[in-house]
Design a binder for this molecule. Structure first.
Ligand SMILES: [Ca+2]
Length: 422
């Protein structure tokens, strides 16, 4: 694993997820490395159309009482500037190992009691941290504390709250490219159709019901896969900022492309403290771009774990009161459960792509998917089968009452949206 922010960005571009769009913002990027002028112009055009005017300020630029939400709309300062790294170790044995490394490798440092302070030049933190991390065992890393002072910055009371474990600090350093990407507004949305499971679709003329908006990033001319951004965001506590940015560019992109069908927009319930406060700007954006509220479906999605049911119910209540519909994502995957489905009664249930893949020839999957389709229909909810890649899978889910299907059989995610947007 590289600690270098630049090489991390390059690694991220090679993240390719097999199969179809499903789950959070998963899926294969629309395009790989941008190699030609034509591609660059196309992407520039897409970015221009898909993203308007969301500027996330750095935390030092925000005044107390400013209108920005400190949690969602303010970015931490990327750890690329010169400064001083202070480290506190759990044991003198650990301190000794690091001191020996610093002395032999020429890093300018001072020792005070159990603390070491190291002077770090611009862009040098990864070069310092890589060997330190490799010297320490996992428990030593976990119990080592780190805090960084940017050059020219006086110690402040806030510094007490910025002390992190070494692994969390390393995650912050690795996230520099994501902070830059968010700061530079380099996130855009692609769109994948959700089609009706009717006779026309089965016979090869898909009838489009909706589009799911899926996030893409762009950094140093390369397309970044969504999971690469999400993994870093979770590790570096940037999921609030990334989720808000993804929601906004999905809404703005859908408005810009004048999508007339329904629009499915992912959101992570773990990135919302209080819906009446945290989702207000999202609702305002829907109104501003001219989407109808009954056109928008918010997908509750969470790659790690769903929060407690009480929190989910409050989110669903908020969206319903505001005139939106709700979908529950990835049902049938490891992270969802039937009691969440029953408690929330979403308007749409999205069956997980792993469950649907080869459902026509895998007996175990057929039993689970069949029972789920039966249960969801008895509850009176609509179903979307995700990850449909073959005609046989489409026929199988259609025969068992699935209302809608989504997958490469119909179209890959794209911008402007594929098939017909009218
Ligand atoms: Ca989804």
């Amino acid at each position: 694993m590289s600690l270098n922010p630049e090489s991390q960005a390059v690694e991220a571009t090679h993240t390719r997820l097999k199969g179809d769009e499903v789950g959070y913002y998963q899926g294969e990027p629309q395009s790989g490395t941008l190699s030609s002028k034509g591609d660059e112009e196309l992407l520039a055009h897409e970015l221009e159309g898909a993203w308007h005017g969301m500027v996330l300020p750095n935390e030092e630029d925000v005044e107390v009482g400013a209108p920005q939400c400190q949690r969602c709309e303010v970015l931490p300062r990327p750890m690329t500037e010169a400064g001083t790294l202070a480290l506190r170790f759990p044991h003198t044995f650990t301190l000794g190992k690091v001191l020996a490394f610093l002395s032999t490798s020429g890093w300018k440092h001072t020792r005070r009691d159990g603390l070491i302070q190291v002077e770090v030049g611009k862009g040098q933190l990864p070069l310092l941290l890589s060997p330190i991390v490799s010297l320490l065992s996992s428990p030593e890393q976990r119990d080592t504390q780190a805090v960084y002072h940017f050059a020219g910055q006086l110690p402040q009371i806030q510094d007490y709250f910025n002390v992190e474990s070494l692994p969390d600090f390393v995650a912050q350093v690795r996230a520099a490219w994501l902070i830059e990407l968010l700061r530079d507004q380099s996130i855009y949305s692609v769109f994948q159709p959700i089609v009706r499971c009717d006779a026309g679709t089965v016979e090869g003329t898909p009838s489009i019901f909706a589009y799911e908006c899926l996030m893409r990033g762009e950094h140093n001319g390369q397309t970044i896969a969504p999971m690469a951004m999400l993994d870093i965001a979770r590790a570096a506590d940037l999921i609030f900022q990334l989720d808000l940015a993804a929601r906004r560019c999905a809404i703005i992109g859908a408005g810009h492309n004048k999508i007339a069908q329904k629009v499915f927009i992912n959101f992570s319930p773990n990135s919302i403290y209080d819906p009446w406060h945290c989702l207000r700007s999202t609702v305002n954006t829907v109104d501003e771009v001219g989407l109808r509220r009954d056109q928008v479906v918010f997908e509750i999605t969470e790659a790690e774990r769903l929060p407690e049911i009480k929190h989910l119910k409050r989110l669903v209540q908020f969206y319903r009161e505001e005139g939106f519909e709700i979908a529950l994502d990835d049902v049938g995957s490891g992270y969802s459960s039937l009691n969440v489905l029953v408690a929330l009664r979403p308007d749409y249930v999205k069956l997980d792509m792993e469950l649907i893949r080869d459902v026509d020839r895998d007996k175990g999957k057929a039993i689970v998917a069949g029972k789920l389709l039966e249960t969801v229909q008895e509850l009176g909810l609509a179903t979307v089968a995700e990850g449909v890649e073959r005609k046989e899978e489409l026929s199988w889910v259609a025969e068992r009452g699935a209302n809608f299907a989504q997958g490469y059989l119909f179209a890959r995610p794209a911008t402007p949206p594929g098939l017909d947007v009218r």
